[in-house]
Design a protein around this ligand. Structure first.
Ligand code: HEM
Length: 472
């Protein structure tokens, strides 16, 4: 009594405010927040939902009350994409999640582990540079989005599964297509999640498609696990993620036995976490550089002075490239890979400021709106890396106006790996080549339309013409 919910739209019977969300929910929720405020309450179907849209509000939910909001909602999809919430990303808050998070952070995503794959990353990037040099000789237009997506998938496969998989190894549709189908199915709002009474009807056919997709991955992972179990473990071989996970096979991580479904769920998490995310961030950064030739030139000058024109960029150069760091921060600010992070859920009733948030409310953090909040950022819509000059703001979730990796207990455990891949790839592509847009498109006219999903890439592929610039 006397405790009030945050303001928000009343909504329709049954649907609640679901009908207000169109093809770009991050923009729709931002419009609603302009009317109702940075902490807004709405019903999506039968699901009570809080939407947070300012840095101050994000701090309240992801820092002050982080523990209460550190769980995840249950989804129809979880049985299929996370082998029944056995992964990290969708697991409810509790001891299973804590154990898996510790295992992933210490064993798979530690700095030492990331470093052990350095030469592999350089090899893959070299292959791309070679291919682009050939294209440059012919003055050919390159589909940069496709090239970067393949690079990122190849790096992920080698690190996680031990080798690159040809498209047809997973399914006749191809590795990337099947992975993208999984991501797409998870991102598509399933009516059954919001209106549980109709879940069994599967009106959108999502569950049916999920079952097919699950079967493909289940077989694929079985094959990979069997191959790893049979293979000779040479002492000097860098252990991929399957090797590491198999080290825990059949053992008990506190009260949980690590069996095949747990390993498959974590492999899926790592693949999903490291393929589309880095590729999307690289694609947007290159887009902004092509759109802003002044910034491109300044970045090339930094590379020229730190690396020189006689060699390629090495990972050890990255820490000296301060302007590169600013460019990537600015790109992640304007183009967050996950614009609404991943939804959180509360585990108990909680007073946040003056508002009462009921137990099992879904929490959506509109990172996209927060990172363009004009009260937190001057000229918020402008791509201007210099805004970070002399500033201590980083992307690790300590400052709530810049949270592309989330913040708090559920913040991304793959930040270091993600940033390494993004920095190294952007630096190499910009150092080795000058780039121009095809068909005489003027930089200012480069289309920047987004395609909303769990990750948010460009709507149209980025096409550009390289010309080689090193004397090597
Ligand atoms: C550009 C690169 C990346 C970006 C922008 C990114 C962003 C994010 C975001 C926004 C979240 C959700 C945070 C929240 O819910 O509050 C997240 C969670 C997660 N990310 Fe990343 N990520 C990236 C790379 C990676 C990589 C390389 C991996 C692993 C190989 C990874 C694995 C995960 C996992 C497992 C979670 C779930 C954590 C949990 O629920 O406890 N991510 N990431």
């Amino acid at each position: 009594k006397g405790k009030k919910l945050p303001p928000g739209p009343r909504g329709l019977p049954i649907l609640g405010s679901l009908h207000k969300l169109g093809a770009n929910p991050h923009r729709d929720l931002h419009q609603l927040a302009l009317k109702y405020g940075p902490v807004m309450y709405l019903r999506l179907g039968f699901v009570p939902t809080v939407v947070v849209s300012s840095p101050q509000a994000a701090e309240l939910f992801l820092k002050t009350h982080d523990l209460v909001f550190a769980s995840r909602p249950r989804y129809q999809a979880e049985k299929y994409v996370s082998w029944g919430q056995r992964n990290l990303g969708f697991a409810e808050y509790g001891s299973y999640w804590r154990n898996m998070r510790k295992l992933c952070t210490l064993e798979l995503l530690s700095q030492t582990k990331i470093n052990s794959f350095r030469s592999m990353r350089e090899e893959e990037l070299d292959l791309l540079i070679k291919l682009l040099r050939e294209a440059a000789k012919d003055g050919a237009t390159v589909d940069l989005s496709a090239k970067v997506s393949t690079l990122s998938a190849d790096m992920a496969c080698r690190m996680i599964l031990g080798k690159k998989y040809m498209d047809q190894d997973l399914d006749e549709k191809g590795f990337k297509a099947v992975m993208q189908e999984a991501m797409h199915l998870v991102a598509t709002p399933n009516m059954g999640d919001y209106i549980p009474y109709i879940a069994a009807l599967d009106l959108q056919g999502i569950t049916k498609r999920l079952k097919v997709n699950h079967k493909i991955f289940d077989h694929f992972f079985d094959k990979i696990i069997d191959e790893h179990m049979d293979s000779d473990k040479g002492e000097d071989k860098t252990k991929d993620f399957v090797d590491v996970m198999l080290g825990f096979y059949g053992t008990e991580e506190s009260e949980y036995r690590i069996e095949r479904p747990n390993i498959k769920a974590i492999l899926m998490d790592m693949l999903a976490g490291s393929t589309d995310t880095s590729a999307t961030a690289i694609e947007w950064t290159l887009s902004e550089l092509l759109k802003n030739p002044r910034v491109m030139k300044k970045l090339q000058m930094e590379l020229e002075s730190v690396v020189g024109m006689k060699r390629k960029v090495e990972e050890s150069d990255l820490e000296k490239l301060e302007y590169l760091d600013m460019v990537i921060k600015e790109s992640l600010r304007l183009h967050p890979v996950a614009p609404l992070l991943i939804p959180h859920q509360s585990t108990e009733d909680c007073m946040v400021g003056d508002f009462m948030i009921p137990k099992r409310s879904r929490l959506i953090v509109n990172a996209w709106a927060i990172m363009r909040d004009p009260s937190a950022w001057r000229d918020a819509e402008k791509f201007w890396p210099e805004r970070f000059e002399g500033s201590s703001i980083d992307v690790r979730g300590r400052e709530f106006q810049l949270i592309p990796f989330g913040s708090g207990r559920r913040g991304c455990p793959g930040i270091q790996l993600g940033l390494t891949v993004i920095r190294q790839t952007v630096a190499q592509l910009v150092h080795c080549f000058d780039w121009k847009l095809p068909n005489h498109i003027l930089p200012a006219y480069l289309d920047m339309t987004e395609k909303y999903g769990l990750t948010m890439p460009r709507d149209n592929h980025l096409l550009a013409i390289p010309s080689y610039r090193l004397s090597l």
